[in-house]
Design a protein around this ligand. Structure first.
Ligand SMILES: Cc1cc2nc3c(=O)[nH]c(=O)nc-3n(C[C@H](O)[C@H](O)[C@H](O)COP(=O)(O)OP(=O)(O)OC[C@H]3O[C@@H](n4cnc5c(N)ncnc54)[C@H](O)[C@@H]3O)c2cc1C
Ligand code: SF4
Length: 352
């Protein structure tokens, strides 16, 4: 079956101001486009396409890269080759899609890529046979068809639980990255962990017209031991069906000073586990979600021996909540969340 792009008008501003001015004129009928490797396949499937597409590809302000600041327009191939960013970030970038896709795909597009679901990433005709779904053209979620509301089991016409499948997001969340958003009302900065909403439709804390301009890493990110592990059906091309990232502060005496884990491709957001307990997961709308801090073991100040690593891994296994909407069984992905946590923590403990 041939899947053609729907008709839209392409706009190519060369500055953020020009892009924002264009967006203001289009009301709700536009999308931003960076590399187009996520948006355009979705357009071809007839998924929520707009009449205007504003390309951000020609805006030099979005392409700067330094040890602490990475422009949203930096392509993944440049990120992967960069000697300026933490090596874990370069590695996670190298795990995305294929070399050719990474030449076009950008950091901003990766953090804002659309959620994935068996019932959503299909052609228009496939979806029509099922009566569509809540996220596009329909009224019911097929993954969680019933939901408890006011004490009653009702049809789920409220919450989309599609999976956020970015490889970079869980790592950047674990590293404590912030994002800078530029919009009609000015510029604001927020933690990446608070940028995501637990709803596969609303998805972000984003005002209409806002552009993700850059990602900032905290200075402390370079003194942490960080890494990422990805589970996917194949080693190349495939989206993650699980991603585990860690940012570990380890004292010379082998005791844990800080620990943040990021869990990707399990829920509609990259899930943050902050074992220092100073920061809880952001409030996430009406979503069905796990509270990653519930029953969290005491870790800070303790010796990172095998027993403690296993305790941390068990906590992740217990609380990970993958859904049956991307490849590979949720039970297997849940188990592997703990296995990857154990392997990653063991590797980071041994790293210099
Ligand atoms: C075959 C294939 C395999 C893939 N495998 C993986 C994988 O393994 N891991 C993975 O993480 N991803 C994967 N992807 C998804 C995607 O290619 C990447 O995530 C890519 O980084 C998206 O970036 P982009 O610049 O192309 O985004 P685009 O497609 O241009 O945009 C994606 C979304 O973000 C919005 N957007 C983009 N930039 C901005 C901005 N600066 N401000 C505001 N909104 C913005 C767009 O409006 C759109 O909604 C794969 C895609 C394909 C086609
Ligand atoms: S989780 Fe439900 S509403 Fe969301 S895309 Fe899948 S079927 Fe649609």
């Amino acid at each position: 079956m041939t899947m053609l792009l729907p008709q839209f008008e392409l706009h190519k501003p060369t500055s953020l101001k020009e892009a924002l001015d264009l967006a203001r004129g289009f009301g709700d009928d536009f999308d931003y486009l960076s590399g187009g490797t996520d948006l355009l396949p979705n357009y071809k499937c007839g998924l929520n396409a707009s009449g205007n597409v504003i390309s951000l590809a020609h805006i030099a302000e979005l392409k700067a890269i330094s040890p602490t600041e990475i422009g949203a327009g930096v392509c993944l191939r440049d990120l992967e080759r960069s000697k300026e960013v933490p090596s874990s970030v370069a590695y996670a970038a190298s795990q995305i899609a294929s070399p050719l896709i990474r030449e076009s795909a950008t950091l901003g597009g990766n953090l804002m890529l659309d959620t994935r679901c068996h019932f959503f990433n299909q052609s228009y005709f496939w979806r029509r046979t099922l009566g569509y779904c809540l996220k596009a053209d329909g009224e019911v979620c097929h993954v969680i068809p019933k939901i408890m509301k006011d004490g009653k089991s009702v049809t789920n016409s409220f919450t989309c639980v599609a999976t956020h499948s970015s490889d970079l997001a869980p790592l950047l969340v674990a590293l404590g990255a912030t994002v800078t958003l530029v919009g009609p009302a000015g510029t604001r900065t927020l933690k990446l962990s608070e940028f995501y909403k637990g709803d596969g439709i609303a998805r972000f804390d984003l005002q209409r017209g806002e552009i993700l301009a850059k990602v900032t890493l905290p200075q402390g990110a370079y003194s942490l031991r960080s890494g990422y592990k990805k589970l996917a059906p194949r080693r190349s091309i495939d989206f993650p069906v699980l991603g585990v990232a860690a940012a570990l502060g380890l004292g010379k005496d082998g005791r844990v000073e800080s620990l943040r884990l990021g869990l990707g491709a399990c829920e509609t957001i990259p899930v943050l586990y902050d074992f220092s307990g100073k920061e809880r997961q952001a409030e996430r709308g009406n979503a069905i979600f796990t509270e990653p801090t519930k029953g969290m073991p005491e870790v800070i100040g303790k010796k990172l021996d095998d027993a403690l690593i296993q305790t941390i891994a068990d906590h992740v296994t217990r609380t990970a909540q993958p859904k049956l909407n991307v490849p590979m069984e949720p039970a297997y992905r849940k188990k592997m969340a703990g296995v990857f946590t154990r392997r990653l923590m063991t590797e980071l403990r041994a790293a210099n």
